[in-house]
Write a protein that binds this ligand. Structure first.
Ligand SMILES: [Zn+2]
Length: 235
């Protein structure tokens, strides 16, 4: 195995451990992936951890497998996840996407069951403008056509909620894709709180546009936030 592939698998394992600790992988369900640059390959968390009744806090290299964009296992001793086609179909349609995360954040999913999109109500969530689309099919995304529908609904956005099921986020780095999941859930929580006081107002209705790249949506922010989450992991 090349040193680059090992580094990607280590990064994917770290992303899984962080998202598990942050509570967006209940019942050890969900997966992180990263594209192998210049190849038709991705590294992704195996689906066997959940099947075994395991937890995601101790995930290491052995649970991160290599698959191609057809969803076939290329390297690894354990099977890939059934919903790998969420990842493969997004990588096909988004050449700039370096990483994809599928998680099950409880509050964002709860809002989707009420037909409410997560809105760009805070500076941190402004890049979700005009709102995070809801994909209304709630079954398993376990074949390429279903994955292609998810990718088409996501479009060029960085986040999507599968109604009553989970989330999908994309990033130009693994850190960005993971933090987009955490920002989605954090925003859903704030939207829920704000709704107790009145209708939450998206920032985009106040004259700003998505093109104004906020300091919360920059490589510098993602680096700093990643360091924070890594530090939380060691406590
Ligand atoms: Zn799922």
């Amino acid at each position: 195995m090349s040193r680059e592939l090992t580094a990607i698998r280590e990064r994917v394992a770290l992303g899984v451990r962080i998202l598990a600790q942050q509570g967006v992988f209940p019942l050890a369900l969900g997966h992180v992936s990263e594209r192998v640059p210049g190849e038709n390959l991705i590294c992704i968390l195996s689906g066997e951890v959940h099947d075994r009744g395991g937890t995601l806090d101790g995930i290491g290299l052995a649970e991160i497998v290599v698959i191609n964009l057809e969803g076939e296992l290329i390297e690894g001793e354990v099977k890939p996840p059934g919903e790998r086609f969420i990842h493969t179909e997004i990588y096909r349609t988004r050449p700039e996407a370096r990483s994809v995360v599928h998680a099950h954040p409880p509050i964002a999913v709860a809002l989707s069951t009420a037909g409410q999109e997560v809105l760009p109500i805070t500076a941190r969530s402004f890049h979700f403008a005009p709102g995070v689309r809801i994909f209304s099919y709630h079954g398993q995304i376990d074949d390429p056509p279903a994955g292609a529908q998810v990718a088409a609904t996501l479009g060029q956005n960085c986040a999507l909620v599968l109604r009553g099921h989970g989330s999908v986020t994309v990033g130009e780095s693994l850190e960005e894709a993971c933090i987009n999941t955490l920002t989605l859930e954090e925003t859903a929580r704030q939207q829920w709180i704000a709704a107790a006081f009145g209708a939450p107002r998206p920032l985009s209705v106040e004259g700003e546009t998505k093109d104004d790249r906020s300091p919360w949506n920059t490589p510098g922010f993602y680096r700093a936030a990643w360091s924070y989450y890594c530090a939380q992991l060691t406590k």
